[in-house]
Design a protein around this ligand. Structure first.
Ligand code: CAA
Length: 240
């Protein structure tokens, strides 16, 4: 039987491309979603991939969500922590809520999900965790102290957990996407986005599939010696 992969935020944007790429690679995929119920319904109709609604910023919901996927498909051996939001504003205009929402949805979610699967992975002697960081967690970004802190935190989380998992067959890696043509990036004011694209040596925004390709590479059984690493997929925007 093929392995079970759970992708958070897996019904839209980069997450959708990851879900589809993992399915195409032969995995049994479950996609998590929370906000956009309509999009999730459409996603399942189009792809046949089951979608599970829970809030990744809530620990109890993650525990229950992972349990539900395991009951339907089997033990979760691959987790892609992709779900994320932006609440951009310069610090002097940022509310505590904008800070807290981004930290909990983007970073605490990694703890919530990893903690919910780690016992099973340790028992099985196999696990793959891929955390989606960001160029902006590596380099910072005006208007994103919350997002940059959360994404930067993901990179530290990845390296620490990689050390814990290595002897148990569990690899933990990160991908740091640059600017990818998703709804999130398209919400950046056009004049700001134009300046950002001008800084990308490849001369274009990324495609969601560019990121998914990295995930498929990292979760493979024979990628077992790759752990604690970060793959930057950003068209040369930032070389870290
Ligand atoms: N660097 C330096 N200065 C900047 C700047 C930048 N990147 N962006 C804006 N400023 C300056 C403006 O020029 C302006 O200066 P003046 O007052 O002297 O004219 C000042 O900051 C205020 O700018 P705004 O009027 O735009 O302020 P605002 O409060 O309306 O909006 C903002 C600020 C929300 C941060 C807006 O600039 C913005 O949306 N920026 C884009 C942020 C961004 O890149 N987000 C990434 C989202 S996608 C993502 O996060 C995915 C990923 O992982 C890559």
């Amino acid at each position: 039987m093929s392995r079970v992969a759970l992708v958070t935020g897996g019904t839209r944007g980069i997450g959708k491309a990851i879900s589809l790429a993992l399915k195409a690679a032969g995995y049994r995929v479950a996609a998590n979603y929370f906000g956009n119920i309509e999009a999730a319904k459409k996603f399942t109709e189009e792809t046949g991939i089951p979608a599970y609604r829970f809030d990744v910023s809530n620990f109890d919901e993650c525990q229950a969500g992972v349990k539900a996927v395991a009951a339907d498909l089997g033990p979760v051996e691959i987790v892609v922590n992709n779900a994320g939001i932006t609440r951009d504003a310069p610090l002097h205009k940022m509310s505590y809520e904008q800070w807290e929402q981004v930290i909990h949805t983007n970073l605490t979610s990694c703890f919530n999900m990893a903690r919910s699967v780690i016992d099973t992975m340790r028992d099985l002697g196999f696990g793959r965790i891929v955390n989606i960081g960001s160029l902006n967690g590596q380099a910072g970004q005006y208007g994103q102290v919350n997002y940059a802190a959360a994404k930067s935190g993901i990179h530290g989380f990845t390296k620490a957990l990689a050390q814990e998992g290595a002897a148990k067959g569990i690899t933990v890696n990160a991908i740091a996407p640059g600017y990818v043509e998703t709804e999130m990036v398209m919400a950046v004011p056009p004049e700001v986005l134009k300046k950002i694209i001008a800084k990308i040596p490849a001369g274009r925004l990324g495609h969601a599939e560019d990121i998914a390709r990295g995930v498929v590479f990292l979760v493979a059984d024979d990628a077992d010696f790759i752990t604690g690493s970060t793959i930057s997929i950003n068209g040369g925007h930032h070389m870290y």
